[in-house]
Every structure is written in C-alpha cells, then in structure tokens.
Design a protein around this ligand. Structure first.
Ligand code: MF3
Ligand code: CO
Ligand code: CO
Length: 270
C-alpha cells in the first residue's frame, strides 16, 4: 500500500500495487469481452447492464458504479449523441445503426479497473464508423506519449491534434482520472491541452485516459436524471477508455482485451 504523493498524485512504488491493478483491469476488460456478442438490435441497455453486473459478481468483483454517488446501475451505456454516463434502461432497446459506449469499472480486492469501448448494433453509418475509428486512435495516441518525464498536457495535446485533423471536437467537461484504491483521484487527465504543460509523469502513477470526441461542437448538457451528458447540438459522440500505469520506461495498460476485442468491428459468437 502506498501513501506517497507527488503533485497530489499517488506514487505506487510497491510491485504488489501493479499486480492488484492487473487483476482489477482484467476483470473489467473481460466484462467488455463477455458482453460483446450480446450487443444486438432489440436488446435493451437494462438487459446489458444486468449481464455485466452478473459477470462482475461471478468474478468475485464489485461493480463500482452501482450506488456511486447514488448512480442507479452497474455500468454506463451511452448511445449516439450521449457523451457519457448513459443510464441503462429496460425501455431503451438498441436499434439498427446505434453506436454505443459501454463503460465498466470493477473493484477487485479494493482496487479499481476502469475501461470502456464502443459497439455497434446492426450496421453503423459511415460517419459513426469513422468517428469510432478516430476516437480509438485518439486514445492510443494519448497512451503512447506516457512515460516518466512527459507531462499531462502532452496527452491532451496529441489527442486534440488528431481529433481536430478530422474536424471533430474534444469534450472538455469530463476528463480521465487517477485511480487505484479509489475510483476518482488526482490527476485530472484533460483530453485537450498544450504540450509541455501540466504535471510531470512519474513511474508508479495510475490513471485513465478516456477521450470523448464529438462530430459537432464540444458542448454538453446534463439531462434531468442528473447524470447523463449529451451533446448540445445532438451530434454523435464516441469514447474509449483504458486504465494504465506509468512505468520505468513508458506505460503499462491494465485493461487490454484478452480476446483482441479492443475496438470494433467485433466478430464473435456467444
Ligand atoms: N466509469 C466512469 C469513468 O470512466 C465513471 C462512471 S461513474 C457513474 O470515470 F457513477 F456514472 F457510473
Ligand atoms: Co474513468
Ligand atoms: Co469508465
């Protein structure tokens, strides 16, 4: 267990902490693998939530979202113009052409693994596919700059640069976050910003990168349920998320798919 902080960010200097994160990250990633074949036209987001919760519990883990600040469900499912924190609902059945993000956080032995991916129901539009591809690439480019001596702003800068190349915008009302034995901790990981600014990255820092990219403007509004953020202009929004550590010479991602299902198109049967 580690209490050392630098710039307010926990430094995990015990190899055991990495091992705990590998286990928690694996359960969250496995849950996204598991749910993949169930994402079909006609299934409700409430049913997908039930399946994810049952999966997480079957692994001896706890769904972190359930009851978190009063959040009523186990995962977030954000469809089309929903930016994030879509609340699963038995009335909302997936329709042909829907694009959706499923965001799973599992707690294993007190440690948090947090990851999300995009999925398609039926046949996606060309613009949905393109936004999804670019958003995945934004996440991976953001991850790729992580190493000791880099700065937090370097991550946002590469994400923003890549998104803007396609005319997309980067949501700035939500960010990635430190995690470990807590769900949301320092630092705030902005998905836009300036190279060479922000906190210096150090070996042993654990955080998420989870860019939300919109086809239209970056502005979002929160619905009356107090959680769900949607794009103000109703444009499509996509997101991918990984949990990772800064290592001696780079990074370690804790939430890769074990089945090569990190991004669509997914070809898998139940
Ligand atoms: N998993 C989300 C994140 O990436 C947080 C969801 S909190 C909830 O940080 F309460 F909305 F579920
Ligand atoms: Co997160
Ligand atoms: Co998440």
């Amino acid at each position: 267990m580690s209490f050392k902080r630098k710039d307010g960010i926990v430094i995990h200097d015990d190899p055991q902490d990495f091992e705990k994160m590998r286990v928690a990250g694996k359960v969250a990633a496995e849950c996204l693998d598991y749910i993949t074949p169930y994402v079909q036209v006609g299934v409700s987001t409430g049913e997908l939530d039930d399946l994810c919760r049952e999966f997480i519990i079957s692994k001896g883990a706890v769904p972190a979202c359930l009851g978190y600040h009063g959040y009523p469900k186990s995962v977030c499912i954000s469809i089309n113009h929903v930016i994030c924190h879509g609340i699963p609902d038995y009335e909302r059945k997936l329709a042909d052409g829907d694009m959706l993000n499923i965001d799973v956080t599992a707690i294993v032995d007190g440690w948090y693994g947090d990851t999300s991916r995009m999925y398609f129901a039926g046949k996606p539009s060309v613009k949905a596919k393109r936004l999804t591809e670019v958003t995945y690439e934004c996440l991976m480019r953001g991850i790729d700059v992580v190493k000791p001596g880099a700065r937090l702003g370097d991550i946002g800068a590469v994400i923003e640069e890549y998104a803007h190349k396609y005319g997309y915008s980067v949501v700035d009302m939500f960010c990635g976050h430190g995690l470990g034995q807590v769900f949301h901790d320092a630092p705030n990981v902005m998905h836009c910003g300036k190279k060479g600014t922000g906190a210096l990255l150090e070996e042993g820092m654990f955080f998420t990168i989870e860019p939300m990219i919109n086809i239209g403007k970056p502005d979002g509004i929160i619905l009356a349920n107090g959680w769900t953020a949607v794009t103000r202009d109703k444009s499509l929004s996509a997101q991918f998320e990984h949990s990772l550590a800064v290592t001696k010479d780079g990074y370690e991602v804790f939430t890769y798919s074990l089945k090569g299902l990190d991004k669509p198109p997914y070809k898998i049967e139940k």
